[in-house]
Design a protein around this ligand. Structure first.
Ligand SMILES: NC(=O)c1ccc[n+]([C@@H]2O[C@H](COP(=O)([O-])OP(=O)(O)OC[C@H]3O[C@@H](n4cnc5c(N)ncnc54)[C@H](OP(=O)(O)O)[C@@H]3O)[C@@H](O)[C@H]2O)c1
Length: 315
């Protein structure tokens, strides 16, 4: 058949035959790409969720965002197409939220005075994960779930490197809850409904600038050598990586931290010198302040093709 088409076309013998292998490769490459306009739900429109909602709203998606706070509905209405007041432990609300959605992002964290309560932590993460998994079974249009977890579940590694294959050692109930939620969600991942877990470093960005966290230390003398590694990720990169996961239908666990790999001492020095603040001194004769130290590899996400927007700490 191809021969007869070739013979009859006006370009004669020079036109190449349709390369089915090439076409199949092309289709395979393009098939995972999501349709441009989707229904997307963001469970937990807090610091990250609201920025993501704004981005997707600008892109033309129909964005449904959730909050647990009636007083946030009005402000969230600016960033979303629809606001839902719900908590993740409400199974009925979860079922209704997921209907007609194509992509669901889970960005929940206990906020305000609920932060300190470990039971609330368990309820927030585990009930949300279980209800989400149940609701997914009745929501066939959902093709992609992105769940925001934390690198804190690796525990303290005394400065060693970890990647996604490193066994986790959550050091407290909160990290344990995050890890259990990851497991619940990953078990629900399938060819038709991909689940991607992004393990985030400490979040910073507009309104959560590093100077707000470190600035008060300026001029102080702190115990220890300040040689603890803290991993950060800018909010822009969280939005970027979620979009990357949606477009490429990522599945499984991906660390999301920047490339800076600096000790807390180096980070504090950077902040103080950038803002012209007095330096921080370290008293190496005293033991270090307690806290995790680890270097989290981001190679897997980069190998998948993600390019960091802020590879280094931005002030
Ligand atoms: N902060 C960090 O440095 C860090 C580090 C690693 C990972 N993470 C993870 O990154 C994600 C985004 O963090 P973020 O800083 O943007 O969080 P955030 O600003 O604290 O926002 C959390 C959102 O979750 C909602 N929420 C709280 N309890 C809930 C519940 N039981 N059911 C449903 N929604 C609930 C909150 O509702 P309201 O709107 O009513 O407040 C809020 O919208 C979270 O999953 C967090 O665990 C954070």
């Amino acid at each position: 058949m191809h021969n007869s088409i070739d013979r009859n076309n006006s370009f004669g013998e020079n036109i190449p035959e349709l390369d089915m292998n090439y076409l199949q490769e092309l289709l395979k490459h393009n098939a995972p790409r999501r349709p441009f306009y989707e229904n997307v739900a963001i469970l937990g429109c807090g610091y990250v969720g609201t920025a993501l909602a704004e981005y997707w709203q600008q892109q033309g998606h129909f964005v449904t965002g959730t909050t647990t706070s009636p007083n946030r509905i009005a402000s969230l209405s600016q960033a979303t197409s629809k606001v839902v007041l719900m908590t993740g432990d409400d199974a009925t609300a979860m079922n209704s939220l997921l209907q007609e959605q194509n992509t669901v992002v889970v960005s929940v964290a206990p906020t305000g005075n609920r932060l300190a309560d470990e039971d609330v932590y368990l309820k927030t993460y585990l009930s949300t994960a279980r209800n989400l998994v149940n609701a997914l079974k009745q929501s066939p249009k959902v093709k992609q779930v992105v769940y925001l977890s934390s690198c804190s579940i690796y525990g303290n590694r005394q400065g060693d490197w970890v990647d996604e294959t490193t066994p986790v050692t959550p050091s407290n109930l909160r990290s344990q809850a995050l890890y259990e939620a990851e497991k619940i969600l990953l078990q629900a991942s399938s060819e038709k409904q991909k689940v991607c877990i992004l393990r985030l470093g400490g979040i910073y960005g507009p309104g959560r600038e590093l100077v707000r966290m470190f600035g008060d230390l300026a001029g102080m003398t702190l115990p220890g050598r300040g040689n603890r590694f803290i991993n950060w990720i800018h909010r822009d990169d969280i939005v970027g990586a979620i979009e990357f996961a949606r477009l490429n239908q990522l599945e499984g666990i991906y660390n999301l931290v920047n490339d800076s790999y600096l000790t807390v001492r180096e980070q504090v020095d950077l902040v103080c010198s950038y803002y012209g603040l007095p330096p921080v001194y370290w008293d190496g004769s005293e033991p270090n302040l307690r806290g995790k130290s680890l270097r989290v590899s981001n190679e897997k996400l980069k190998a998948a093709g993600y390019l960091l927007i802020h590879p280094q700490l931005s002030m």
